[in-house]
Every structure is written in structure tokens, then in C-alpha cells.
Design a binder for this molecule. Structure first.
Ligand code: ADP
Ligand code: MG
Length: 380
């Protein structure tokens, strides 16, 4: 069984990962992939492909989607990676209860060739800059709705600075985000949506700090960082990601968690963190290769194509049937209540007067009678 590694220019993490997997004695071989022309609808020779670079090479992304269709497990999921971007993530995280700086998505400054005013009739112009600034506050961070590597990130202190920076953003869709004046910053690896390593980080000098820098963190803060990291990765479905939190007044604000190919280079993340991520990712990939990946059933086409299609369809049919039974029971119950009402109406003259019961307020001792009466009514 083989694991294929798809890489860009990084040269410490991938070789370390290959060496680790090959030394695990699990009967699984890891190697770099070689790809030429890709024939449609044909399987790859790999049980699993670990992708570090398809965000920069569209050919790889397309190859990976075809690989998934043909039964290869791909980490991270190329479909979701294609769909995901930061602004959606901020909204999702907010709905999940994470602390997220207030963020506004802005229409682009520029457009590709051929887009004219006529193409942009849905856009408000001019933008309500004052309202946007009032909502987000100043200073603020202007950054791409989808980006990475600290590219095109601006800190703006005034409306004029915001305009100046915005004017340089070309065709990028940008977000304006509340600036968190943080005292601490952490970057957390999350592997397999469950294993988390919290790495203290100094963004000003762009360097990772040793674990001791976490010693002053309150247990509640650490718990929240761990919980939020797992929750957002569960929701996004990434098997490898980093979540960055800016910490202010004991609250971890989720700043950046769209990093499906996070830096793992020994020279930037430092040796202990590099070793942890190499080991943890190697174990996860081997586990997925041997036992299957948890996310593989999310695609709609899966049930028509996969070997388990029959059991999946049966399961869906079972769920549907349960739903129908539940609905039928509800209808029967309502019918039964109505019939009891009618019977009570009919029998009322020969009974002592009393308030009419309602379906929602069954009284002790009446249920049995109602059921009995209904039964006999049905018979007749
Ligand atoms: N809302 C914010 N408040 C304070 N600092 C921020 C905020 N957003 C980004 N930053 C700073 O800018 C850096 C880059 O932004 P980030 O969202 O992480 O983009 P990238 O994907 O390029 O890493 C962060 O590491 C952080 O130091
Ligand atoms: Mg970042």
C-alpha cells in the first residue's frame, strides 16, 4: 500500500514525513508522486495522497479531485479546500461560538479585463465607508478574504490609510477586520481534527516561542484554545490545519484558520514543533491508509460510485423509513385525539359537565380511556 506526497519547494517536512512513514513498519510505503497527463476516471496507484501544494498549482488540484473520485484518500480534502476562504470561516466560527474579530467583506477595488460598469450593477457605490469603519473600529486590519503567507495584510489607523491600502489591492476581495491589540498570540496545529499542539508565537518577529511561554496561561484559556481549535477543524473538515489566536484579556480571538498546508519547516517552526507535526501527521496518514478516512462519505456522488454504495443506500432508505413511521405515528396520534374529542362531544350530554380537554393537556386517567375508545371507534 502506498502513500504519495505532493510537494512544492519545502524540503524538510516532506522528507522527514516520508522517512517516518517508511520506518513505522506498517507495510506502507511513502514516496513523492510523479504525474504527467492524467487520464480521466482512472485510479491512481496510491491509497492516499498528502497534498502540500495544490493551492498554487491548479493542475494538481484537478488531478486530486479525480483521484478522490477514483478511491484515493486525499489530505486535505481538495473539494473543500477549493471552496473555502477566510471570510466564510469567520462567519462559521462566529456561529460556532468562537470569539472572532468583527469582520466586513468588501467589494473588490479592481476587476479582471472585460468587467465593466455594466457588469457591476449590483454593487453599491460609493461604499458606506463611515458605516463600515464604525462597525469594525480603528485601527483595523485589511486583508484578503482568501490568502496566506502574510501577503497583502495592512494595518490601517485612519480612513485615509484604509483608502490608500485598499487602492493597492487590485482584484483581491478584501476583508476589513477589527484589530485585536493582543498580549499573546498562538498558532495551533490540529491533526486529524483531534490532536492539537499549541505553539506560542511572536508575530512581530515572526518566530515561534518555546512551550514555557504558555506557562502563564490560565487553564480555562488553554481549554478554550484546545476546544475551539478542534471545533473549527471538525466543522471545516481539515485533517491538517493551523488555527491562530490573538489573545486579549484572556479571550482567544480566532484570526486565521484557513491554512490547509501549514508551515512545518524545521527552520521556521523549530525542531520540537517540526518533530511533533511530522510524527502526528505520519501516524494519521498511516491510520487513514489502513482504516479509511472519516470524511470520505461526504460527497453526493459517493453513494452511486463507491463499493459501499448498496449499504449506504440501504442506510438512507432505513433513515427515510424511520422518518415516515414517525410521521405516520404523529398523524395517528393527532387523529386519535380528534376522534376522542368527537366522542366526548357526542357523549357530553349524558356526562356531568366538565371542561373539555385539549390534545396537549392529557389528564391522569384519561389516556387509557381515550386509547380504548379510539380503538373501538376504529373497529366500527
Ligand atoms: N484582526 C487582527 N488583529 C490583530 N492582528 C492581526 C489581525 N489579523 C491579522 N493580524 C496580524 O497579521 C498577521 C497575518 O494575518 P493572517 O490573518 O494570519 O493572514 P495570513 O493568512 O497571511 O497569515 C497575523 O499573524 C497577525 O499578526
Ligand atoms: Mg496567519
Amino acid at each position: 500500500m502506498k502513500i504519495g506526497i505532493l510537494v512544492g519547494m519545502e524540503n524538510t517536512f516532506p522528507p522527514a514525513l516520508i522517512e517516518k512513514i517508511n520506518s513505522m513498519g506498517e507495510g506502507i510505503t511513502a514516496e513523492y508522486i510523479k504525474i504527467g497527463g492524467v487520464k480521466m476516471a482512472e485510479p491512481t496507484e496510491y491509497r492516499l495522497i498528502f497534498d502540500r501544494i495544490s493551492h498554487e498549482i491548479p493542475f494538481y488540484r484537478s488531478f486530486l479531485k479525480n483521484a478522490v473520485l477514483n478511491g484515493t484518500i486525499v489530505v486535505n480534502n481538495p473539494f473543500w479546500w477549493s471552496a473555502d476562504e477566510k471570510f466564510f470561516g469567520y462567519s462559521l466560527a462566529t456561529k460556532l461560538g468562537l470569539a472572532v474579530p468583527k469582520t466586513v467583506l468588501l467589494p473588490q477595488k479592481g476587476y479582471i479585463k472585460g468587467v465593466t460598469d455594466a457588469s457591476l450593477r449590483n454593487l453599491e457605490f460609493p461604499l458606506d465607508w463611515d458605516g463600515i469603519i464604525e462597525h469594525v473600529g480603528l485601527p483595523a486590519i485589511l486583508k484578503p478574504h482568501d490568502g496566506g503567507g502574510w501577503r497583502d495584510v495592512y494595518k490601517v489607523n485612519t480612513k485615509e490609510e484604509l483608502w490608500q491600502s485598499y487602492d493597492q489591492t487590485g482584484t483581491l476581495a478584501m476583508t476589513l477586520q477589527e484589530f485585536i491589540d493582543f498580549t499573546d498570540y498562538v498558532r495551533c496545529y490540529c491533526v486529524g481534527k483531534k490532536d492539537v499542539l499549541v505553539m506560542p508565537y511572536d508575530p512581530k518577529n515572526r518566530r515561534y516561542l518555546p512551550q514555557e511561554s504558555l506557562s502563564h496561561y490560565a487553564p480555562e484559556l488553554m481549554d478554550r484554545i484546545l476546544r475551539d481549535t478542534i471545533l473549527i477543524n471538525e466543522a471545516l473538515g481539515y485533517d491538517l490545519n493551523t488555527v491562530e489566536f490573538a489573545i486579549k484579556d484572556g479571550i482567544p480571538y480566532a484570526i486565521d484558520f484557513t491554512n490547509p498546508a501549514p508551515d512545518a519547516d524545521i527552520w521556521s517552526v523549530t525542531e520540537p514543533y517540526h518533530n511533533w507535526v511530522t510524527e502526528t501527521v505520519a501516524k494519521m496518514l498511516v491510520d487513514y491508509a489502513k482504516n479509511g478516512a472519516p470524511a470520505s462519505r461526504h460527497h453526493r456522488w459517493y453513494k452511486w460510485l463507491n463499493q459501499d454504495a448498496t449499504s449506504d443506500l440501504a442506510a438512507s432508505a432505513g433513515e427515510l423509513a424511520q422518518g415516515i413511521v414517525a410521521s405516520v405515528e404523529q398523524v395517528a396520534q393527532r387523529a386519535s385525539n380528534v376522534i376522542s374529542e368527537v366522542i366526548e362531544e357526542i357523549t357530553e350530554p349524558i356526562k356531568p359537565r366538565r371542561p373539555r380537554k385539549t390534545a396537549n393537556e392529557p389528564k391522569p386517567g384519561k389516556t387509557a380511556k381515550t386509547a380504548k375508545t379510539t380503538k373501538s371507534t376504529k373497529k366500527s
